[in-house]
Design a binder for this molecule. Structure first.
Ligand code: ZN
Length: 197
């Protein structure tokens, strides 16, 4: 087509989630036809986000502040920590406005198949946060998958000696990874329906 710059752009766009070569070509074309309005603002937003956004040292959320806006918010209930697999799950819960405590991003689930072990997740950091003494309840909002259930059991065992209440969101709710696609009502019901783990 029109030179190596365009090919390179399409190759990079096609690697994004939800994109393939076809949608990458469409996006590239749309931007190239309106570079001032569409392309340069996007390039600046990408550079600014790459320079500023980091994982929160406390919870693992992505933010340009550290501690993140949630951890730093005095209105959040610091006695409840909701454990999620990834930042996408945190975003979904925040969009739904159903959790008013803090979060802890685990960074995945234990998995025999992919070889994810406890030390690959942020479990030690979670236990350190609980040792600080402010936490009353830990909500495990993990996937209703085999790996999600395995991870929840493992965490419940690890958390038991700390004396905090450990709950799990409603069984049968396809949470974790799929959290992002759940509607707000389902998310709220899942959180309300949490049970002792
Ligand atoms: Zn945070």
């Amino acid at each position: 087509m029109g030179g190596p710059e365009i090919d390179h752009l399409i190759t990079l766009l096609a690697k994004l989630p939800g994109m393939g070569p076809r949608s990458a070509r469409r996006a590239a074309l749309r931007m190239l036809q309106q570079p001032e309005q569409r392309m340069l603002p996007l390039a600046q937003a990408l550079a600014a986000a790459a320079a500023a956004v980091r994982p929160c040292a406390d919870c693992g959320n992505l933010d340009s502040r550290d501690p993140c806006s949630i951890c730093a918010d005095p209105r959040r209930d610091r006695s409840i920590i909701c454990v999620v697999e990834g930042v996408g799950d945190l975003w979904a819960l925040e969009r739904a406005g159903v959790h008013h405590g803090l979060y802890h991003v685990l960074g995945g689930t234990l998995s025999a198949l992919s070889g994810t072990r406890p030390e690959d997740l942020t479990i030690t950091a979670l236990l350190s946060r609980i040792e600080e003494g402010e936490t009353r309840e830990v909500i495990l909002a993990l996937g209703a998958t085999v790996d999600g259930a395995t991870t929840a059991h493992f965490l419940a065992d690890q958390l038991r000696p700390t004396g905090v209440t450990v709950t799990r969101v409603g069984q049968g709710v396809p949470i974790g990874g799929a959290l992002d696609v759940l509607d707000d009502g389902t998310l709220a019901a899942a959180l309300r329906g949490r049970r002792s783990a």
